[in-house]
Design a protein. Structure first.
Length: 618
């Protein structure tokens, strides 16, 4: 007798069949999509590009100007898609594209589109402005710029174009340079946390956010000095580029309310009247100008024939010959390993050692954009650079936006220090900070106690008040590192500790001021540093090799094809807080993160001494 399954069993069997079939269909579709993605990536990356005649090189600078990327291609793409990280533009990619385009007959002009440029120091901006000037001088080709609105950073680059156009509803916003820090002493007191600060150098203000409720007189004096010099350089550069009389920008700002009223509140017309721009154009009108001067795009109606600077790098032929290696030291300095855009002392020291042992690398440039950090990590890098010089390979330090404190410590080992006039440098000083939480524990009713064999065994327990003998020992150690700092600086600069001490004391200088004080050798940028390193190595033909940590394993494979797709299609997802609160929130978060990193790294730092500079202008 044949048995038949019950109706309930048949229903569940049918449901299971549908569920299992749906699962297989979904996974098959995902697998198929992955295959298509791989094919697209391989096709995009392997197809030999063809550059047409009469093409404009478009510099659509996005996000922050950086020396190195924050991660691999796949990491950046995923982070950007999740809105976790702003886009970035590597300065060296822009420089390489401009230098190659100057010699390329198929590139007829450069178009600057600056709406998405959100970050970058004055030295980085000057690097790109200098490359634009080289492009115009070597090729005789024009540079045109457009923006829906220009903030101060964006306008600096736009001002170096032959023609600047602004949207009719746009504006040029020039304010000056300022820095308004956050100070946490009162809130720490309310929480019952005592911050014990130690420093060597009257102007070393890095610990003030934790130990004061406002800046000291010394901090204000130093900040006002370098900011005035930085702003004088900025205004002089712009006035020279726009052929404006000296002092024009200062008068504009002083008389801003009246001048705006005279223009009836039309900021675009005000910019035109003040000769900051050459015309008022919508984006489509700007495109029409470039079509008229060049050629229409073959693949898209209503736009001009163009290539982005990222894509154009595939056309730029690498230079032949011996190599000048470049080590990038960007970000805060830690002891051991570190993520991209931070300086891991042992990791960077290892990169320098490998460069020293590479016979193809004849000279080394260390590109520094760092506020400093761990003294021990800084010394690891400095020592390897010193050994490289002793091995007979020239070493040139190139300072970017910021090379202060530990960043300057690294530069001391170079044969030559090159800095932009607007580089923030100096801050030769050392500090330490140790928190204790005895009052916080008392507030919540927690007691402490215990036994130890010596007074020192438990003297640094943060749950207990700081022993004065510990404070004395820490200050002695801080003073020792300061004396070593100025001693090494004196030896490197051919000076004396007494003379270095006069310009040290933790004081911040611009590159121009640092040269006048004997702290650097040459005013210039990366271009000049590379040329100097090649000359010192007696190289007539050379190519530049950046020595960076390469992605490994799965990430290397992902970077290979996902990074290729990223060049062809960029996502623009992200979020912001309402009512303009995002910049303030970013400032609070950044300040707290910097302080937290100091305490986190202190656990493994054999010195717990820091050469750090909180000196970034806004």
């Amino acid at each position: 007798m044949t048995s038949h399954p019950g109706i309930i069993r048949r229903i569940f069997g049918t449901l299971w069949w549908l569920l299992d079939g749906t699962r297989r269909l979904v996974f098959n579709l995902l697998f198929l999509a992955l295959l298509v993605l791989v094919v697209i990536a391989w096709t995009v990356g392997s197809r030999k590009p063809v550059l047409q005649e009469n093409t404009a090189l478009v510099l659509n600078l996005r996000g922050d100007l950086v020396e190195q990327s924050s991660g691999s291609g796949s990491e950046l793409l995923v982070a950007e898609a999740l809105g976790q990280q702003r886009r970035e533009t590597r300065v060296r990619d822009v420089l390489d594209a401009l230098d190659a385009a100057a010699k390329d007959p198929k590139i007829v002009r450069v178009a600057l589109v600056l709406d998405d440029l959100s970050g970058g120091g004055t030295a980085s901006l000057r690097e790109i402005a200098a490359a634009l000037a080289r492009f115009k001088a070597q090729s005789g080709k024009e540079v045109v710029a457009w923006g829906s609105a220009f903030n101060q950073r964006q306008y600096f680059l736009a001002s170096h174009a032959d023609a600047v156009y602004l949207h009719p509803y746009g504006s040029v916003t020039l304010r000056g340079i300022g820095r308004n820090g956050l100070y946490f002493k009162d809130v720490l007191d309310k929480l019952g946390i005592t911050m014990h600060g130690f420093q060597a150098g009257r102007f070393k203000s890095a610990i003030e956010p934790l130990t004061r409720q406002g800046p000291s007189a010394e901090s204000l004096e130093a900040d006002q000095s370098w900011m005035n010099d930085l702003w004088a350089s900025w205004t002089a550069d712009v006035e020279r580029a726009r052929k404006l009389p000296a002092g024009h920008i200062a008068r504009m700002i002083d008389e801003a309310p009246q001048r705006m009223a005279d223009a009836g509140g039309d900021l675009a017309q005000l910019a035109l009247k003040e000769k900051l721009i050459d015309g008022v154009k919508t984006r489509d009108e700007f495109r029409a100008i470039l079509i008229e001067r060049g050629a229409a795009s073959d693949g898209s109606k209503g736009t001009f024939r163009q290539v982005s600077h990222e894509s154009y790098l595939a056309f730029a032929l690498p230079r032949s010959g011996a190599q000048v290696g470049v080590i990038v030291a960007e970000g805060e300095i830690l002891d051991d390993d570190a993520p991209p855009r931070m300086v891991g002392g042992r990791l960077v020291a290892e990169q320098i050692r490998r460069a020293r042992e590479n016979d193809d690398i004849k000279a080394l440039v260390v590109r520094i954009d760092s506020p400093g950090g761990s003294v021990f990590g800084s010394e690891l890098v400095r020592r390897e650079l010193e050994l490289t010089r002793q091995a007979g390979k020239p070493v040139v330090a190139s300072m970017g936006d910021l090379a202060a404190s530990g960043g300057y410590w690294i530069a001391m080992a170079a044969d030559e220090i090159v800095a932009d006039p607007t580089t923030i440098t100096g801050s030769i000083g050392v500090f330490g900070v140790l928190p204790t939480f005895e009052r916080a524990l008392e507030k919540v009713g927690v007691g402490t106690g215990g036994a130890s064999t010596t007074w020192l065994a438990a003297a640094q327990d943060p749950s207990r008040p700081m022993d004065p003998r510990v404070a004395q020992m820490v200050q002695t150690r801080i003073d020792h590192y300061y004396q070593r700092f100025i001693g090494q600086a004196a030896a490197a600069r051919g000076s004396t500790p007494e003379k270095i001490n006069e310009v040290a004391q933790g004081r911040v200088w611009t590159g121009r001021q640092a040269k006048a004080n004997g702290l650097i050798d040459t005013l210039g940028g990366l271009h000049e540093a590379l040329a100097s390193a090649a000359q010192r190595a007696k190289l007539t033909e050379y190519r530049v090799t950046y020595l960076e940590r390469e992605p490994r394993g799965l990430d290397r494979w992902l970077s290979m094809f996902i990074g290729r797709i990223a060049v062809a299609a960029r996502t623009e997802l992200g979020w912001t807080l309402p009512f303009g609160l995002q910049p303030w929130a970013d400032q609070v978060q950044g300040e707290l993160q910097r302080q937290a990193r100091l305490f986190e790294t202190a656990r493994d730092d054999p010195t717990r001494a820091y050469a750090y500079c909180f000196c970034t202008p806004h």
